[in-house]
Design a protein around this ligand. Structure first.
Ligand code: COS
Length: 382
């Protein structure tokens, strides 16, 4: 793998960086305060091709490899994790799953719209009673002739109130992973109600929702993949999702570094800029090493994916390290800012709040460690 970016990769990174500097960063604090990013950003993300990355052009996507995808997600994460999350979920968890496992009809009807930003997707796996233990989800889909009736509740669903289509995982068979099937449910289907979850610590600009299914009727044509294959579809989707989240964490940690370095050059204490104090430099150096190491772990996963090689364990490593690095980076940046970091005149407080969820969603740090441990030992410890 060449660690110097090609001109094409550099151009994609620059396109994303310029977009973020112009249309995201200036608004991020305001979106955070009012608990909603400007929804017009979705169409902009589509127009720039960011919602169709890695989806083949003949399916309505903008093509590109996974390194390009990670570079763009890093830049979006550098600007605002709430905006990055829109892409991670609609493209990374929904459109890519439709491309990989959907029927020709599902691909034709959803991919062009998801990729150009005229439609948005959400990924409905987590429930009030099952987060890490996803194989024991309780939402049921019961056959009714050539239709299915879905009943249950999904929680903490990113894009939930904005999405046009939900990729829903429901139990169609017995207990455990083999009883789960995936469905594409249009969110205006009767019986589906959505409620926004307010009061989050971070990612406040992002629409996070509870979805309640009360006998929601969908045709068998809404089923994604064979009956009983839903859990495998969810897990393989999350493997790539973890790579995209890790890329976003690299961007967030980079934003912490940029802000801390800038501030250390401006702020004077003891008669000189604090950048001239050794213990401040130590904070900056530690953030910089974390950013570089996390980025390399992300690039390794992207390279494996693009080569068609197994990457699940490497994705868990990247997600584990990058999410924890983002939390550390935000905490250290805040320490450099001192009291000013604790008020929202500067962005680092928001970075810390946004970073904190990354060790929780798309598989907690504990789940990533168990997956890595299982890969190392061959022993399942959960
Ligand atoms: N890709 C494809 N198939 C996979 C897979 C993957 N990454 N991981 C597991 N599977 C398959 C297994 O091969 C197994 O198939 P068989 O029944 O044919 O043998 C099946 O799925 C069950 O796997 P496993 O026994 O590992 O399931 P467990 O219930 O023991 O545990 C964990 C799975 C805990 C790893 C899983 O539930 C998990 O990742 N939980 C976290 C969920 C999560 O990230 N939630 C966040 C939601 S998005 S915010």
């Amino acid at each position: 793998m060449d660690l110097i970016l090609s001109p094409e990769h550099e151009a994609s990174r620059s396109l994303a960086a310029e977009f973020v500097a112009r249309e995201v960063t200036p608004h991020a604090a305001e979106w955070d305060r009012r608990e909603a990013v400007d929804q017009s950003i979705i169409k902009r993300l589509g127009d720039l091709g960011f919602l169709g990355l890695t989806i083949p052009e003949e399916l309505g996507g903008s093509g590109g490899d996974h390194l390009t995808y990670c570079l763009v997600l890093e830049e979006l994460g550098r600007g605002d994790s709430s905006v990055r999350g829109i892409v991670s979920v609609s493209l990374g968890l929904v459109a890519k799953t439709i491309a990989a496992h959907g029927s020709d009809t599902q691909r034709a009807s959803w991919l062009p719209r998801l990729c150009d930003g005229t439609a948005l997707g959400c990924f409905a796996l987590t429930e009030p009673g099952t987060g890490s233990d996803a194989a024991n989800l309780e939402t049921r889909a019961v056959r009714d002739g050539d239709h299915w009736l879905l009943t249950g509740t999904k929680l903490f669903i990113t894009n939930g109130t904005w999405a046009d289509v939900a990729l829903v995982f429901a139990r169609t068979g017995g207990p455990g992973p083999r009883g789960v099937t995936a469905f594409l449910v249009e969110t205006d289907t009767p019986g589906l109600t959505r409620r926004e979850v307010h009061g989050k610590l971070g990612l406040r600009g992002q629409a996070t929702a509870e979805l309640t299914f009360d006998g929601v009727r969908v045709g068998d044509t809404a089923r994604v993949g064979p009956e009983g294959h839903g859990f495998k579809i969810a897990m393989s989707t999350l493997d790539k999702g973890r790579m995209s989240l890790a890329a976003g964490c690299v961007g967030l940690a980079q934003a912490c570094l940029d802000a801390a370095v800038r501030y250390a050059g401006e702020r004077t204490q003891f008669g000189k800029p604090i950048a001239g104090h050794q213990l401040v430099q130590r904070h900056l150096a530690q953030i910089a090493v974390d950013v570089a190491a996390a980025r390399l772990l992300v690039w390794r996963v992207a390279d494996l994916v693009d080569r068609g090689q197994p990457f699940g364990t490497e994705a868990s490593m990247a997600k584990l390290f990058a999410s924890e690095a983002a939390v550390r980076a935000a905490d250290r940046a805040l320490q450099v800012f001192g009291g000013y970091g604790y008020i929202d005149e500067y962005p680092v407080g928001k970075y810390l709040r946004d970073a904190r969820v990354t060790t929780l969603y798309e598989g907690t740090s504990e789940i990533q460690q168990l997956l890595i441990g299982r890969a190392l030992t061959g022993v399942t410890a959960f």
